[in-house]
Design a protein around this ligand. Structure first.
Ligand code: SF4
Length: 679
């Protein structure tokens, strides 16, 4: 039976997979992300490829329709909204599940042909704060590290990252390296004790959002203990004095750690040259997310621990193609090829490369604001592609209401019933993993192919094809691609613009490569793969910037709710929910609560708790555990209204966003909790 080399569709590790049409799945021993390893989710992929519940034909108002009717209607409604209300009256909300080719044409249509930047993505919930932090520090959104650095480091510091559950193969790689080199140490900084803590020599149970205070304190400690790299700072860094002044004003005990813990951590960090600081959602999903990122990067810049093997800050992305989305400008505040909407030269260059009739002139609405604009009537036509915001966004009930309020909503999905799809006027069936072709980019900037190995189900079509068909019906040239490979070739050619403006996202060398046989390739292509090795950064003066950041006031509510992921589920369980094996791990929605808090509200093990947010509530099974600190709760986000009549956790979550990145603070929702007497 044919065995196809493809890439796992779940997390940003981007593991290579060998897949057969009968559902046999193995890790690809040749893929440099995983060298044959797979986690529980990846190894169960074969159990998730049946057609149960699949959307196999377009639907208009709940009735099956032909593609021509559905596409004509979508094109007509979007064109009418643009004609009567202007380009900013329409919006796309897309996903880190999309392949780069899908992302590219959606972005091209909205920004270059419709002329609005109202295209945002669920990656806004994943890593927008890292993007903003990178741009502030380096002058561009560049992740400097590689997975090999994690194995070469003598000290791994994990911040807000339950790698064991959320990026399991990276965790396995670090665990294997630590077993081979017992002198390697791991510090886990997390308000919650997690499976990742098992690997840690030191677990620091920080207060939620105590990260800036802790890393500002580290910067002060490095200065006071003679551990700065002054030569590096003088040659390659701006902003040191102000950053240190700000850091010195902060008290590291605001992190909630004891003086002994702080001293031990600072001594380890200061005394270990080869240090990698890994961070993910616990850092990003915060109202101070961008400042947290820069507080971490400041410490690496101040010691010159960046651009060298086994050291550097390392942001790991949650979704399989969050990185690819960043590359093609799939965020409302970015242009393709890491160029800037606010820069007229960048806009002109992208418009010329696309040969498009227009180009957006200002950033569009970021995810939370996009749905507020749906609620207040600004958005007249909305297209949601491959994501389930009525469950996954904060204030989930409000988001569902906002979608209902839009006069015309299209949802493209692989499934016939989702909480979001149920609100659509038009449903369009997409091909899913194993049925479509394209590329994804993982957390270390490695581009890998997803390849089809299954037949196309029903009338489903690839996302790029659906988007291009609508674009052509709206009267736009420039979307006549025959294959995903055609799109990739155009995209790769346009990345030459990146170099034209002094950046390094240049895939032009891949333009002529054989797309079908494209091996996993790290960018920049055809150059050094280690960024910043020469101390050159992307700000106009060639230097990096340390950013002065200040620890935020910590919120004080009754309970602080941290939402996240389980080991064996992915997002709203569209795929992983099909595997009985995966469902056996944690079978129902729950909330983790400290024994003292459980006592205080009179809840015993496995009884039910009602969580109340400012706008919604939900009922969850009590998991009483000392792994969460008193006053803190943890609940997974996976269960939808269709899977749980007791409500979805994001109905209870109402938070602000990081003022720079627009990323919602979904680790720190203020909620109330009480015992629920419903059996
Ligand atoms: Fe898939 Fe991530 Fe698991 Fe790798 S670690 S198999 S990419 S879910």
């Amino acid at each position: 039976m044919t065995c196809v080399k493809t890439t796992c569709p779940y997390c940003g590790v981007g593991c290579g997979v060998l897949a057969q049409p009968d559902g046999t799945i193995k890790g690809d021993p040749d893929h440099p992300a995983n060298f044959g390893r797979l986690c529980s989710k990846g190894s169960a992929l074969g159990e998730t490829i049946d057609l149960d519940g699949r959307l196999l034909a377009p639907q208009i108002l709940g009735r099956e329709a032909g593609w021509n009717d559905a596409l004509d209607l979508v094109a007509t409604k979007f064109s009418a909204a643009i004609r009567y209300y202007g380009p900013d009256s329409v919006a796309f909300y897309v996903s880190g599940q999309l392949l780069t080719e899908d992302y590219y044409v959606a972005n091209k249509l909205m920004k270059g042909y419709i002329g609005s930047a109202n295209i945002d993505t669920n990656s806004r919930l994943c890593m927008a704060s890292s993007v903003a932090g990178h741009k502030r520090a380096f002058g561009t959104d560049t992740v400097p590290g590689t997975y090999e650095d994690l194995e070469e480091a003598d000290l791994i510091v994990l911040v807000g990252s339950n790698l064991a559950w959320c990026h399991p193969v990276l965790y396995q790689r670090i665990a294997a390296a630590k077993a081979a080199r017992p002198e390697m140490r791991v510090v886990n900084i997390d308000p919650r004790i997690t499976a990742t803590s098992d690997l840690a020599d030191l677990h620091l149970q920080i207060k939620g959002d105590g990260d800036v205070a802790l890393f500002n304190g580290l910067l002060s400690h490095l200065a006071n203990s003679g551990k700065l790299n002054s030569d590096y700072i003088n040659a390659h860094v701006n902003g040191f004095d102000l950053a240190l002044e700000s850091a010195t004003a902060d008290d590291p005990s605001a992190s909630g750690l004891t003086p002994d813990e702080i001293v031990e951590f600072y001594a380890m960090w200061a005394g270990t040259e080869k240090t990698v600081t890994i961070y993910s959602q616990g850092v990003n999903q915060s109202m101070s997310g961008t400042d947290k990122v820069n507080a971490i990067i400041n410490c690496h810049l101040a010691t010159g621990r960046i651009g060298k093997p086994g050291m550097g800050p390392f942001s790991v992305t949650g979704q399989p193609n969050a990185m690819g989305g960043r590359e093609v400008g799939g965020l409302a505040n970015m242009l393709a090829n890491h160029l800037d909407i606010e820069n007229a030269d960048h806009r002109d260059a992208v418009q010329a490369a696309w040969n498009s009739p227009t180009i957006c002139t200002k950033p569009g609405l970021k995810a939370v604001d996009l749905f507020k604009a749906c609620a207040d009537g600004t958005i007249k036509a909305l297209w949601i592609i491959s994501t389930n915001p009525a469950v996954s966004l904060p204030d989930a009930d409000g988001v569902a209401e906002a979608i209902s309020n839009v006069p015309f909503t299209v949802v493209t999905d692989i499934m016939a019933r989702t909480d979001t799809g149920d609100l659509a006027d038009v449903l369009l069936p997409a091909t899913g993993w194993g049925e479509k072709n394209g590329t994804v980019t993982n957390s270390e900037r490695r581009i890998s192919r997803q390849r089809a190995f299954l037949p196309t189900p029903g009338a489903a079509r690839p996302d790029w094809k659906i988007i291009c068909d609508v674009a052509e019906r709206m009267g736009f040239d420039g979307f006549g691609y025959e294959t995903a490979g055609d799109i990739f070739a155009e995209y790769a050619a346009t990345t030459a613009l990146s170099q034209q403006f002094g950046k390094d996202l240049n895939l032009a060398a891949l333009t002529d490569a054989d797309y079908d046989s494209l091996a996993p390739t790290q960018w920049p292509v055809g150059k050094q793969t280690r960024f910043f090795a020469d101390g050159a950064f992307y700000h106009p003066d060639g230097k990096a910037r340390m950013i002065a950041v200040t620890a935020p006031e910590l919120s004080t509510g009754k309970f602080r709710l941290n939402t996240g992921r389980n080991r064996d589920q992915w997002h709203t369980m569209t795929r992983t929910g099909k595997s009985q094996r995966l469902g056996a791990h944690l079978a129902e929605p729950y909330v983790e609560i400290h024994p003292d808090d459980a006592d205080a509200i009179g809840v015993d093990t496995a009884e039910l708790i009602t969580l109340y947010g400012p706008k919604g509530k939900g009922i969850f099974r009590a998991l009483i555990s000392e792994k969460v600190a008193p006053g803190n709760l943890f609940a997974p986000l996976h269960w939808t209204r269709q899977l749980s009549a007791a409500g979805v956790v994001n109905s209870t979550v109402e938070t602000g966003v990081d003022p720079i990145s627009g990323q919602p603070a979904t680790k720190s929702a203020q909620v109330d909790a009480s015992k629920c007497d419903v059996a």
